[in-house]
Design a protein around this ligand. Structure first.
Ligand SMILES: [Zn+2]
Length: 400
């Protein structure tokens, strides 16, 4: 009789909707999925018909700024949320004041609190955007790289070196991004729309791709995060990804100006995104504008939901509970049918995993055993209640 490290019995899954399955885990990977497994696990877990899901994935979180809302005050937030996002650029300038106080030790403490809360909610993958510029220097990067290593057996943190205040606008930021990558940051960031001219946007993208190519890193940028339909950096990023053959290695976050684009332009943009196999990560709960999610999904573009912020200058709430994110956006996007809920669930699991470039993910033989037993019997109930999982499993080990 085969022996496994762990067997989860009587699991309901999105992947096998017609029957309850047993899931066996060996050496951190799923070894078997099917009905009535033969053999036993060293640890046995009876899911009692509850939903078992792959771990949740948060493809966009400003992790160096978590829990700074009360430290920075409300002025930036007001500029980000009011007036149709016409002054979101000003919000970023105001919010950057916090960086005068940037220090590795408190950033580490805050980020750790956020990571531990993420784990308790089953969010085991986070793409952490960390300000890397002449104000923040490498304080956030050092904190997040330390945390990433410390918690690597519990949560996978990808560190993005993110020049929040621009490259042309913040001379010296480029060198900090390069240093961050040399220290071990996983992903090259960017925010081309913050630059003052179209030429500077191009230079911004160009310089960040130079680093990405030199160090063979994926790219994740914030594009067009304001109420200006004239902004086109999502398109510029897709064109660059195609030109450099960085296919499937680039994400655009926010891209909120797409809410104001004409239908013919949106259709072209969707085609470009598909050619680049570029993912969109959207966070409609953190600002009044958002990409037309259903449109991009209907065109076959990969769209994920991110937490974006936890109690910072841009958004006052957040728990790293991705089911809560699905719940909030079910309302904002009016995605309330059972089919819509499955899509929302994909946007915090499979779509987000694709955006982060996570390999061997899901409930299938050979995939990493990063699994959740949810306190729900259906996706509907899981999103409705957005409760903590009853079991959180990382690489086959129960961690929460
Ligand atoms: Zn963001």
């Amino acid at each position: 009789m085969p022996a496994y490290d762990l067997v989860i019995r009587k699991a309901k899954t999105k992947e096998y909707q017609d029957r309850l399955v047993d899931i066996a885990v060996s050496e951190g990977k799923i070894a078997y999925v099917g009905t009535s497994i033969e053999g036993k696990g060293e640890e046995e877990l009876d899911a009692e018909g509850k939903l078992v899901s792959p771990a949740f994935v948060d493809a966009h979180l400003h992790m160096c700024k978590v829990y700074t809302y009360l430290m920075i005050g409300e002025e930036a937030l007001r500029h980000y949320h009011e007036g149709g996002m016409g002054t979101s650029e000003l919000a970023i300038l105001l919010a950057s004041k916090i960086k005068e106080k940037y220090n590795e030790s408190w950033i580490y403490d805050n980020a750790k609190r956020a990571a531990l809360e993420a784990i308790s909610y089953g969010t085991l993958y986070i793409r952490a955007f960390v300000d890397t510029d002449t104000k923040a220097k490498l304080e956030g990067i050092k904190a997040l790289l330390r945390l990433k290593e410390e918690l690597k057996d519990k949560i996978t943190i990808q560190v993005v070196a993110f020049p929040q205040d621009g490259i042309a606008r913040d001379p010296g930021a480029e060198e900090y991004v390069r240093k961050a990558i040399e220290l071990g940051a996983d992903v090259v960031g960017g925010i081309p729309w913050i630059e003052l001219t179209s030429e500077d946007e191009d230079t911004h993208i160009e310089k960040m791709f130079e680093i990405a190519k030199e160090y063979n890193r994926d790219v994740a940028m914030l594009t067009d995060d304001t109420g200006d339909p004239g902004l086109r950096t999502t398109e510029k990023l897709a064109k660059k990804a195609i030109k450099e053959k960085w296919i499937g290695r680039v994400t655009a976050n926010h891209a909120r100006a797409a809410s104001m684009y004409t239908a013919p332009y949106l259709t072209k943009l969707a085609q470009l995104l598909k050619l680049a196999d570029m993912s969109l990560v959207t966070d409609p709960h953190t600002g009044p504008l958002h990409i037309p999610v259903k449109f991009f999904l209907s065109q076959g573009v990969n769209v994920a939901l991110g937490q974006d912020d936890i109690a910072d200058a841009y958004y006052p709430y957040g728990n790293n509970n991705m089911l809560e994110i699905a719940f909030l956006n079910s309302h904002i996007l009016w995605m309330t049918t059972l089919k819509d809920m499955e899509t929302l669930f994909d946007m915090i699991t499979y779509n987000a995993a694709k955006a982060m470039g996570i390999k061997s993910y899901g409930i299938k033989v050979g995939a990493k055993a990063d699994l959740l037993v949810l306190n729900a019997r259906s996706i509907y109930e899981a999103i409705w209640r957005h409760e903590k999982p009853v079991a959180v499993i990382k690489s086959g080990n129960r961690i929460s």
